[in-house]
Design a protein around this ligand. Sequence first.
Ligand code: 2BA
Length: 162
Amino acid sequence: MIDPAVEQMLRKDPKSYVIPAEVVANVTATNTLEHALMVLSKVGYTRIPVLDADDHLQGLLPLAAITDQLLKVPGAAVEQLSNYTVADAMRPVEHWVDDPARLETILSYLVDEPFIPLIDEQQVFQGIITRREILKRVNYLAHNLDENYEVIPRQVLSDNID
Ligand code: 2BA
C-alpha cells in the first residue's frame, strides 16, 4: 500500500497527468506497416496505441515489431512493408487502467512499461499515463514533502518518548 501522505500528494488532480487521446499519436490495425513506420518516425515515439474506427483500444505497435516483421523476409526492403498491415505486427495490451486515480496499480505497471493506456467502461481509448508525467509528480513530491508534512525519523520519535 502506498503511504497515504505520499498518495495524496502524487494523486492530486489525477486527470492532469493523463495525456488526452486527441494528442496521442496512433494507428489503426488496417494501416499498412509502411504507413505505421512513417507515423512512428514522424512523431519520434517508439511505441504507440492501435485504435479501431470507434476509438476502441486494440493493441500496441512498437517500432521493434515492424523491424521484426521486416527481418522475417530475407532481403526485404522498406517498400515491402506495404504488403503487411499493423494487424500483422501489433502486440496485445497487457496492462491498462480505467481510472487515473489508481495510482498504486499505475506505479507498478510503469516500472516495466513506458506508458499505461486509460480506457473507459466501453473500452474507448481516453489517453495515456506516461512515466514522464508520473516522474514529474514524484519530483514535486521529493521537493515539497516537508511543506505539506512534518517528517520525523522514527528513531527521534522513540528517543523523545523514552
Ligand atoms: P518512448 O517513445 O520510448 O519515449 C521515451 C521517452 O523519450 C518519453 O517518455 C519522452 O520523455 C522522450 N520522448 C521520446 N519521443 C519524444 C517526442 N517526440 N517528444 C517528446 N519527448 C519524447 P514519456 O514522455 O514518459 O513517454 C513514454 C512513452 O509514452 C513513449 O515512449 C511513447 O511510447 C508514449 N507516448 C508519450 N507521448 C505520446 C504521444 N503524444 N503519442 C503517442 N505515444 C506517446
